[in-house]
Design a protein around this ligand. Structure first.
Ligand code: NDP
Length: 283
């Protein structure tokens, strides 16, 4: 049976270290600060924003929420970002996505100062990730890399198959695995014979958003499986993109859903905010 990669335990350890580092900075007179901007009333976004605020409070990070109505003009949001860029209490700016349709997401992300872009979505930061000299690594893929590191999985020379090519998960994850010397295959909806690709993988990372689409018998014996997917099935149940029970038979190690990648995403947001504050004071 597979080893369980417990994201809750690993996230708790990292958050402990982050809190300690934050305390040390506060003693030196620097409080890391995160601004979270929420436009509109999307219920899932509300939940994410409140989780982020609670996590900041628990870590000793100052956080401020800017809640704007769904009708907010794009220019007003750009003004707010400009103010936050200039605010020296703020080390990280996070604009919760998705934004209402009348606001151009790319324009907003580009308005955030790259030095405060703790989500790592600004094209400058994406470019720095491509060239192998990252400023901020995007939080979910960074969390995946931390899970692998804490589980003692070396990627050097391994065949890594990532299913999903989004800008926030699949693509940055591929770059991070490449930086760790893996041979990376990125699959997507037009991939021909996905099964053949997954069957050959030493490490399978699923980031699709389709409940349990990766079947247990696609997993090579001894492979490591990371499931980024979060899919609501019925009223309350959450499942990943991987058939967890069946995949656990062949896998050497596997993340559960929930309790795998999920807790790591906010942890890496805290980490990036701390990193930004340390840079502000030249540490
Ligand atoms: P997107 O919808 O942006 O991307 C999904 C990707 O899956 C696309 O590249 C798409 O291909 C690919 N895909 C869709 N159907 C298939 C298929 N049948 N075979 C192979 N590939 C397919 O999703 P995200 O990257 O934003 O998120 C992926 C999942 O991860 C979701 O469940 C999301 O909820 C979860 N998530 C979890 C987070 C966490 O903190 N745990 C954070 C972020 C996301 P194509 O490009 O061709 O359309």
């Amino acid at each position: 049976m597979a080893e369980l990669i417990d994201g809750k335990v690993i996230a708790a350890e990292l958050r402990q270290q982050i809190s300690t580092d934050v305390e040390e900075l506060i003693v030196k007179g620097v409080t890391p600060g995160l601004a979270v901007v929420l436009v509109g009333e999307d219920p899932a976004s509300r939940v994410y924003v409140s989780m982020k605020e609670k996590a900041c409070a628990a870590a000793g990070i100052y956080s401020v929420e800017h809640k704007l109505s769904a009708e907010t003009p794009e220019a007003e949001l750009l003004d707010l970002i400009a103010q936050l860029n200039d605010d020296n209490k703020i080390d990280g700016i996070l604009v919760q996505l998705p934004l209402p349709k009348h606001i151009a997401e790319a324009k907003i992300l580009e308005a955030i100062s790259p030095s405060k872009d703790v989500d790592g979505f600004h094209p400058y930061n994406v470019g720095r990730l491509v060239t192998g000299d990252p400023v901020f690594k995007p939080c979910t893929p960074y969390g995946v890399m931390k899970l692998l590191e804490h589980t003692g999985v070396s990627l050097e020379g391994k065949d890594v198959v990532i299913v999903g090519r989004s800008n926030i998960v699949g693509k940055p994850l591929a770059l991070m695995c490449l930086a760790e010397h893996a041979t990376v295959t990125i699959c997507h909806s037009r991939t021909v014979d996905l099964v053949q690709k997954v069957v050959a993988a030493d490490v399978v990372i699923a980031a699709v958003g389709r409940p349990e689409m990766i079947k247990g018998d696609w997993i090579k014996k001894g492979a490591v499986v990371i499931d980024v997917g979060v899919n609501r099935v019925g009223e309350k149940k959450l499942v990943g993109d991987v058939d967890f029970a069946a995949a656990s038979i062949n896998a050497a190690a596997i993340t559960p859903v929930p309790g795998g990648v999920g807790p790591m995403t906010i942890t890496m947001l805290l980490y990036n905010t701390l990193l930004s504050a340390k840079r502000r004071v030249g540490q």
